[in-house]
Structures are given as structure tokens and as C-alpha cells.
Design a protein around this ligand. Structure first.
Ligand SMILES: [Zn+2]
Length: 169
């Protein structure tokens, strides 16, 4: 990198720009912007990356996978979506506008039972919010603490059928 380009590069770095442009072809003849961080032409970087990917296919997959994982972790799209849907569902189902404090004993109870027994306990809607035949409400009197295992078997079944058939045993 010559001193002439160094000035433009430094200006770009100072301004927090990703690229700078000299208008002068790079040593491989590309007229393209250059990365402020390394002073390298964008086309050269692209070609280098492509070559590296071709030479290191397995490593390339790994790197891409890690990139995706970081992205997912950052955006957490599905988790956020899921939580938002649950919140919306609960507020819709909370037709009596019951305060949050009325629900917390159930969650505390689930936590206590989990710790005491070493078996994961969860707060379940006795009548599921999205039941197969009936839909329950997000109200304290529709809550119960059961094991996660039972909760998974119960799913969206009608509770009376589920418990009558002894499916919880
Ligand atoms: Zn180049």
C-alpha cells in the first residue's frame, strides 16, 4: 500500500467507513473499493475467499455454520417469535385481567417441586389454551403444577379425557 492510498485509508478508518475508493486499479487490475481495515480491494478479497472455500470445503462449512449460529443467537428469531406468540395468547386468554402476581405462586411452586424432587415440574393450563376440543383461559384457576413428562403427554388433549383414561399414570 503506497503512502498516497494510506491517506484515504486513514480518512476512511477515522470516519468509521468500511471501504474507501482510490479509483486506481489494484495490483490485479480491479477498479473496486478497498477495505479500510486491510487496504485490500474488495474483488481480491472475494476471490481469495472463494479460493479458500474451494481449498478448504470442510472448514468452510464449519465457518459458515458458526456464522449462522452467531446470527441465530443474536437474533433469536424463533425464540422471540415463540415468546411473543405465547404472551399474546396469554393476554388474550387473560380475559379477567388478572394481575401477574396471582400467577407467580404457581411458577414458584413448580420451581420448588422441581428442586425438591429433581423432576422437572411445569405450570400447565388444565384446559389448554389451544385445546383440541376446548380452549382454556390463562387464569390462575386454570393452572396446575405437574411434571414436565405428564405435560408432554397431556399436550392439547381435553383434560377430562386425559385424566379419566388414566393417561397421566
Ligand atoms: Zn483486486
Amino acid at each position: 500500500m503506497s503512502k498516497r492510498y494510506g491517506r484515504l485509508q486513514k480518512a476512511a478508518l477515522d470516519a468509521g467507513e468500511m471501504f474507501y475508493y482510490t479509483g486506481v486499479p489494484c495490483k490485479r487490475g480491479h477498479v473496486d473499493v478497498r477495505y479500510a481495515s486491510i487496504g485490500m480491494c474488495r474483488t481480491c478479497v472475494r476471490e481469495q475467499r472463494k479460493k479458500w472455500a474451494a481449498d478448504n470445503p470442510e472448514r468452510y462449512v464449519e465457518v459458515e455454520r458458526a456464522k449462522t449460529a452467531r446470527w441465530v443467537k443474536k437474533h433469536n428469531v424463533r425464540v422471540n417469535e415463540y415468546n411473543a406468540r405465547r404472551r399474546a395468547e396469554r393476554s388474550r386468554a387473560n380475559v379477567f385481567n388478572v394481575p401477574r402476581s396471582a400467577f407467580s405462586p404457581f411458577y414458584k411452586d413448580a420451581q420448588r417441586k422441581s428442586l425438591e424432587t429433581g423432576i422437572q415440574h411445569v405450570v400447565d393450563h388444565y384446559y389448554p389454551l389451544r385445546g383440541e376440543t376446548v380452549s382454556g383461559l390463562h387464569v390462575p384457576w386454570n393452572l396446575q403444577v405437574i411434571t414436565e413428562e405428564e405435560n408432554l403427554r397431556k399436550k392439547n388433549k381435553h383434560p377430562e379425557t386425559f385424566y379419566k383414561n388414566g393417561e397421566n399414570q
